[in-house]
Design a protein around this ligand. Structure first.
Ligand code: NAP
Length: 437
């Protein structure tokens, strides 16, 4: 009998797994189960709206969705509409591709003030993720602080200082685009607790800061030493050298050349968020790096700002009934295998790192496990039983053809250079599909 496979999560890791399984297992029956009506996870809700080229990988995933025996079950939440145990009873194989959707928490004094946001929430808001539409950050501010030296910090900083015409070419939902366009923001700070050699940004993203029509990048040349950490491997060294070269180019630019500035502040850790109920500034402490760790020097300074975004990484939430590695924020697994019949791919497997395509090998690995663990084929009913169960429970499943209708509407109603005008509310999506709107 064919192996019945349920993949929970329709982000890149889920689709790469579906693709790998389809290519290497004979006639698998694959169901992709997704909490939102809309597929593609981080491609839609995480990748920056001005990185439309990166979002094009969704076209590949669409091909996967339409090839072979794959069915998309959107608007189905495991934990709400059915349990993981039920799914495991129904399917031979369950693959967790659920990512690491929660923010690592900033825990300094003042982190609870109005105007402090985690990057998952802020990025979700500007990408129209239904969970974060109501964040409504106050952007009537002159300056913002972005904590962290990863690509997410760069995405946030860049969007805040982009020009209106630059934002018009994005798929920012209109509420976010209007708020950003109306913002008087002139200064964005990007804070690294260690040095530029330790920054996690990739060079292409860092160099984008040179191409902004209304903003100049600013950095203190005194922070740009050539010294590299002794234990750095050759690849990381090359990447760090490229970043240093780019930052040196920043340091030669006249900061008054354009109306806005993105300040790269290294060797500084946040110690307290200042203000009353609302953020009014942040106290940062100069650091030095010892054995790869940032150590406070006791020298502090205050930077006035009206918003703080903590872009300090993500974590996966534990799943009831499954083991959880607190330190790594993952479900412990052996190259993706949790146990016979249960597997993990993407960030829930290896933590929140890498680019979109980094999840591809995870899918290949899991396909190999399935081939070995189910050499004799499958025994469980899978799809038919799932459909029955969801119908019994009155769940309005959004299948791939429904998503295609939603997507067509998003593209048809876009105006000017806007690539799409997104749906951002689940009830609206269902109403549209049911012909009520
Ligand atoms: P990240 O790359 O892990 O960066 C997190 C940053 O936060 C690091 O600089 C880290 O510093 C800093 N940090 C952590 N805790 C901190 C604290 N308590 N105080 C101050 N700083 C702190 O995470 P990310 O930016 O969220 O990105 C997640 C993944 O998505 C990455 O692999 C990224 O490359 C990828 N991504 C890629 C793109 C793209 O390719 N365009 C876009 C977005 C995201 P330390 O190094 O000192 O710990």
């Amino acid at each position: 009998m064919a192996i019945s496979i349920a993949i929970i999560g329709s982000g890149p890791a889920g689709f790469y797994a579906a693709d790998a399984i389809q290519k290497s297992i004979e006639n698998p029956i694959i169901d992709i189960i997704e909490r939102l009506p809309t597929p593609y996870g981080l491609i839609r809700g995480g990748v920056a709206p001005d990185h439309q080229t990166t979002k094009k990988v969704a076209k590949k995933f669409e091909k996967t969705a339409l090839a072979g025996d794959i069915r998309y079950f959107g608007n189905v939440e495991v934990g709400r509409d059915l349990t993981l145990d039920e799914l495991r009873e129904i399917y031979d194989v369950v693959i967790l591709a659920i990512g690491a959707p929660a923010d690592r928490k900033l825990t300094i004094p003042g982190s609870d003030k109005v105007g402090v946001h985690g990057s998952a929430a802020f990025v979700g808001w500007y990408n129209g993720h239904p969970d974060f539409v109501e964040l409504e950050p106050d952007l009537k501010i002159n300056a913002a602080m972005v904590i962290g030296n990863g690509n997410v910090a760069l995405d946030v900083a860049r969007l805040l200082v982009r020009s209106k015409s630059g934002r018009a070419k994005t798929d920012l939902p209109l509420y976010a685009r209007d708020a950003m366009d109306a913002s008087p923001i002139k200064d964005v700070y990007v804070l690294g607790r260690r040095g530029p050699q330790d920054a996690k940004f990739t060079n292409v993203e860092l160099r984008e800061m040179l191409d902004l029509s209304e903003c100049v990048p600013v950095v203190d040349p005194a922070d740009l030493s050539d010294e590299m950490p002794a234990d750095m491997d050759d690849r990381d060294r090359r990447l760090a050298e490229k970043n240093l070269e780019t930052l040196r180019a920043f340091s030669g630019i006249d900061p008054s050349g354009k109306p806005k500035r993105a300040h790269f502040v290294f060797y500084a850790q946040p110690v307290e968020i200042l203000g009353g109920t609302h953020v009014e500034g942040i106290r940062i402490e100069r650091t030095k790096v010892e054995n790869g760790r940032a150590i406070g020097t006791g020298v502090t300074r205050d930077i006035p700002c009206g918003m703080v975004i903590a872009a300090i990484g993500y974590r996966a939430d534990p799943i009831p009934g499954l083991p959880y590695d607190e330190a790594l924020g993952i479900i412990p697994n052996d190259r993706g295998r949790i146990e016979q019949g249960l597997y993990a791919v993407g960030w829930i497997k290896r933590g929140p790192s890498g680019v979109i395509s980094s999840s591809r090998p995870d899918g290949i690995e899991v396909a190999e496990h399935i081939a070995a663990d189910f050499a004799a084929g499958g025994t469980r009913p899978g799809r038919d039983r799932l459909a029955e169960l969801l119908a019994e429970r009155g769940v309005r499943v959004v299948h791939f053809e429904d998503w295609q209708r939603l997507e067509k509407t998003e593209i048809d109603r876009a105006s000017g250079p806007q690539p799409r005008h997104k749906f951002t509310d689940v009830a609206d999506m269902i109403d549209h599909l049911e012909g009520r709107k």
